[in-house]
Write a protein that binds this ligand. Structure first.
Ligand code: ADP
Ligand code: MG
Ligand code: MG
Length: 926
């Protein structure tokens, strides 16, 4: 039958229009996602592959954009083409839209280029009115079915097109069920459904102030408009913001002839994934409901059965579905998420798309598909999000405990998955109390309606954050991600009562009071009552992840190193695949208990001799620290040491001394109390010294290389310790490549002078050791002036390491702590402007998290170019936090750095991100 149908009506309509706005399913294909939306492209592809798809057509995303450009009116030709296409669907189905004898019903479905599940609207059963419903009765001989379809249509149409409160219908539905003494919707008798239809229409009329549309074309027109409008509902906008989907893509509208899964016990509807989306197992996974319509499965009105039940109920259909599922997966070469309906024993496919999956499943599926020969290692590497790798390494709920919690009905609500990781703790409703308990070692989950900078002190000690309001860029979400804390934001299923220190779970009697245990999963957005224990990830057991990362290593150009101050961290970094230490900070070594008094003595020394005496005491400590780090970084098989960059002392010296204010209080107390002469004298001396060292702006004061220039003894001691440690290990047969890094250089003369001092020390050590050590001298580039004069600096440096934290501070003129506490997060989230609907965003992202390419990035690029000009062999890396951020890593790849260095936990993320950066660069160059 289909063959004889011509498209001439549609072709004619297109000729009369400025462009083609409407495509029959048979005219589209998978490559047209941009124009048809993912759903439209998917059903078109299935149609052309000969799969059973109910006929229909797609109105393009361009028409949606045209609708917005045209003052929310259909652009010229859209409606005419839609009617022409509908006429073809009438022929294909042999039914008539609005026909009393054999009515065609359609669904009107949204669908954008990127799937946004549940974010936009869909209307089913469109085309029913008081007349066509009679046709439906005559045709099916099933009055119950026909009026059930009718009441569903009024409900959906009212909610989506007329903006009626869905609750108004639910109340009536419940009343009817109660009066009829039945439990499920499906048991309501036909006579009652008929009455219900009348009542439903009245509700809709009351709410909208207009008669319920009986004209089927009017119904269609309004439903298409509603789907266009749903592109810009708040849910959809928030979703796009969170997932970084552009706002100008528009949605397609799919008008499709209805098939009915609710036509008795040889009918049904379901959804299925071709592999398990929770852990990736290659086995059909899904849910299915006998005698039900599509939305029943998602709406949770009845509990669906596992897909395996279909095998028992309708074995032939199951077999056919299984084959189609496998075919689609092979065809798309990815795990598919499918929707299907069975109408009286006949299977129809309604949707196929790449399925969403969690981190573990993403990795397993990618690796399995390579091993099955379905995709290449390169594709596998491109498919897994670096953030998913990070999630895999975070603590998560113990599976068995979580399942138990679910069975016990302890899942309270679901919010936005704002920052991954799982946590449990006592629910605490204000930041002060959270701080108090948290500092005392009690695990705390801070629960707030939403957070503000006033809550940060509580967030810092909390194990996790839960908010009732606010999206994925809300204060809570941004801060939590920065801190690496699990966060569930915008959890609308709970109502927080700040005064009473509790939250209620909407739609239940459950109340969680201050001090009650709760558990949250920031990767899924789930909130549970009680404790669900968490387990730390075990990288060694992640064999699939390791395979994936090994493939990534083959593609990447950037080296991946780690920032580590302790041998323990260095070892962990190596397990994660780090190829060197890009930043080892030495100041913590000064802070340790038995050393701090010596450090203070050194700082307070009046003469060079006194200072040298203190430094001599520190030397053995430092030397053993460095030996520890170097040893951790020697490959036991080859005895070859990975490169280790050790940075000489950087922070202002007062950080090692007690605070001026505290000392002042102490001295005053001792003075008024009398006695304690000795203690008083000591404190007075300290107070004087600290007072003399006080700076208005310590971050811009006497720190970094400036310290070593004023007190060369400090640098000399540190260099002796570094090279001495290397010499000791070389004696044991190991090969070492220490790199000494001088911080905060702004003028080439600073570096020249430090280098002169230290080369003398190196020569001394080499003489003692009897052979030279392969050391290098380099500098941080973390001041704009250093970047601007990088050519001069490179002539005396063997390597540069971009310290993009300080470089961001000094380029923006932000002091990080002050900025993040006071205004920066507001800049990112947007400022409230009275009179404006949208918040005014000043910055797209926090520049301390993602490198600011336009400003800071330009300085980096300039320093790379200038540095290589005067010193072609110079080695270039980055050691700011940006070294672990995928977007910043892409930038590092673009400007041609040699390596990135990041915290050990970020090393796997960086390996994958670096590979993806290299692959996408290669693609662009092709
Ligand atoms: P969403 O994107 O929210 O999943 P859909 O457009 O896919 O919305 O539709 C919602 C539900 O209605 C799905 O279960 C789908 O299978 C079902 N559905 C859509 N169109 C039809 C149709 N023509 N016949 C039967 N069921 C349909
Ligand atoms: Mg769907
Ligand atoms: Mg710095």
């Amino acid at each position: 039958m289909t063959q004889q149908i011509t498209h001439s009506e549609l072709d004619e309509a297109v000729k009369r229009s400025p462009r083609k706005w409407v495509y029959l399913f048979s005219e589209g294909n998978a490559s047209m996602r941009e124009l048809l939306g993912g759903k439209g492209a998917g059903v078109a592809e299935m149609t052309n592959a000969g799969l059973p798809v109910p006929p229909g057509f797609t109105i393009t995303t361009e028409a949606c954009n045209g609708y917005y450009d045209n003052n929310r009116q259909f652009p010229e030709g859209v409606w005419e083409q839609a009617k022409a296409a509908l006429a073809i669907v009438e022929k294909q189905t042999g039914k008539g839209f609005g026909s009393k004898e054999n009515p065609l019903l359609v669904s009107v479905r949204s669908g954008a280029k990127f799937s946004m599940p549940g974010m936009m609207d869909t209307v089913l059963n469109l085309g029913i009115n008081d007349e066509t419903v009679l046709g439906l009765v005559a045709l099916t001989g099933d009055e119950r079915f026909a009026y059930d379809a009718y009441r569903r249509f009024i409900q959906m149409f009212s909610k989506i097109v007329l903006d009626t409160n869905p609750q108004d219908f639910e109340v009536v539905l419940e009343r009817y069920k109660h009066e009829a003494g039945v439990k499920t919707d499906a048991e309501i008798p036909a006579a009652d459904l008929k009455k219900m239809v009348t009542e439903f229409k009245q509700i809709a009329e009351r709410a909208s102030g207009q008669p319920f549309p009986t004209d089927v074309y009017q119904q269609l027109h309004k439903a298409i408009e509603a789907v266009f409008s749903s592109w810009n509902n708040k849910r959809a906008i928030d979703y796009r913001n969170f997932n970084k989907i552009p706002h100008n893509l528009g949605t397609g509208v799919n008008v499709q002839s209805m098939v009915f899964g609710n036509m008795g016990n040889n009918s049904g509807t379901g959804v299925a994934f071709t592999r398990n989306p929770a852990h990736g197992e290659k086995k059909l996974y899904g849910e299915y409901l006998l005698n039900a319509q599509g939305e029943d499965v998602v709406a949770g009105i009845r509990t669906p059965s596992p897909i395996s039940k279909l095998e028992q109920d309708l074995p032939d259909v199951y077999q056919q579905f299984l084959e189609i599922a496998q075919r689609l997966e092979k065809h798309y070469r990815d795990m598919q998420d499918l929707e299907f309906t069975v109408e009286q024993g006949k299977l129809y496919m309604l949707q196929t798309r790449s399925g969403k999956r969690n981190a573990g499943a993403a990795v397993k599926i990618a690796v399995d598909m390579v091993e099955e020969g379905l995709i290449t290692p390169e594709e596998a590497v491109k498919r897994v999000e670096p953030s998913q790798v990070y999630q895999l390494l975070l603590p998560r709920f113990d599976e068995a405990e979580k399942r138990r919690a679910e069975q016990e009905g302890r899942l309270l609500a679901k919010g936005l998955n704002a920052s991954p990781g799982a946590a449990y703790g006592k629910a605490i409703f204000d930041a002060d109390r959270a701080e108090e308990l948290g500092k005392a070692g009690t695990p705390v989950v801070l629960v707030r309606p939403e957070t503000s900078p006033d809550d940060v002190h509580g967030m810092l000690v909390a194990k996790g954050i839960l908010t009732a309001r606010g999206g994925a860029t809300s204060h809570a979400a941004v801060v939590a991600r920065g801190l690496g804390l699990p966060c569930v934001a915008g959890c609308e299923g709970i109502r927080v009562n700040e005064e009473q220190h509790l939250f209620r779970v909407i739609g239940s009697d459950t109340v969680i009071k201050e001090g009650d245990d709760i558990s949250i999963d920031g990767a899924t957005g789930e909130v549970f009552a009680g404790i669900i224990k968490t387990v730390d990830a075990d990288f060694d057991k992640e064999t699939d992840l390791k395979k994936l990362l090994n493939w990534a290593d083959e593609f990447r150009k950037l080296g991946v190193w780690a920032n580590a101050d302790y041998p323990r961290d260095a070892k962990r970094a190596v397990t994660f695949g780090a190829q060197g230490i890009g930043l080892c900070r030495t100041e913590h070594m000064f802070m340790e208990q038995e050393r701090l008094p010596i450090v203070q003595k050194m700082i307070l020394s009046k003469t060079k001799e006194e200072r040298e005496a203190a430094l001599d005491q520190l030397l053995p400590f430092q030397q053993s620290d460095f030996k520890g780090i170097f040893s951790a970084m020697v490959d036991p098989q080859t005895n070859e040491g990975y490169p280790v960059v050790i940075r000489l002392i950087d922070p202002p010296l007062h950080e090692f001394l007690p605070s001026y204010e505290e000392l002042l209080v102490e001295v005053t107390r001792l003075e008024t109390q009398g006695g304690h002469e000795e203690e008083l004298a000591e404190k007075r001396q300290m107070l004087e010294a600290v007072g003399a060292m006080r700076e208005m702006n310590p971050m811009l004061g006497l720190r970094g290389c400036r310290l070593g220039l004023l007190f060369p003894e400090i640098n000399v001691m540190q260099t002796r310790a570094i090279l001495g440690a290397a010499a000791e290990l070389e004696k044991e047969g190991k090969k070492l490549h220490p790199k000494i890094m001088i911080p905060l250089v702004g003028h080439v003369n600073e570096l020249k002078e430090v280098r002169r001092q230290l080369e003398a020390v190196a020569a001394e050590i080499a003489k003692d050791a009897g052979k030279p050590i392969d050391y290098k001298f380099g500098t941080m580039i973390e001041l704009p002036r250093a970047a601007l004069t990088a050519d001069q600096i490179a002539s005396v440096a063997d390597f540069f390491s971009f310290g993009t934290n300080d470089l961001t501070q000094t380029t923006f003129g932000y002091s990080r702590d002050d900025a993040e506490g006071k205004f920066l997060l507001k800049y990112v989230e947007g400022l409230e402007e009275p009179g404006l609907k949208d918040k005014v965003k000043i910055l797209p992202v926090n520049p301390f998290q993602t490198l600011d390419r336009d400003g800071v990035g330009q300085l980096v690029a300039m320093a790379v170019e200038k540095g290589r000009k005067t010193n072609p062999d110079i080695e270039l890396g980055i050691c700011g936090e940006h070294g672990g951020d995928p977007d910043s890593i892409e930038f590092c790849n673009e400007v041609g750095l040699n390596y990135v260095s990041c915290s050990p936990f970020r090393v796997p993320v960086a390996r994958l991100a670096a590979a993806q950066a290299a692959l996408s660069r290669a693609e662009k160059d092709r």
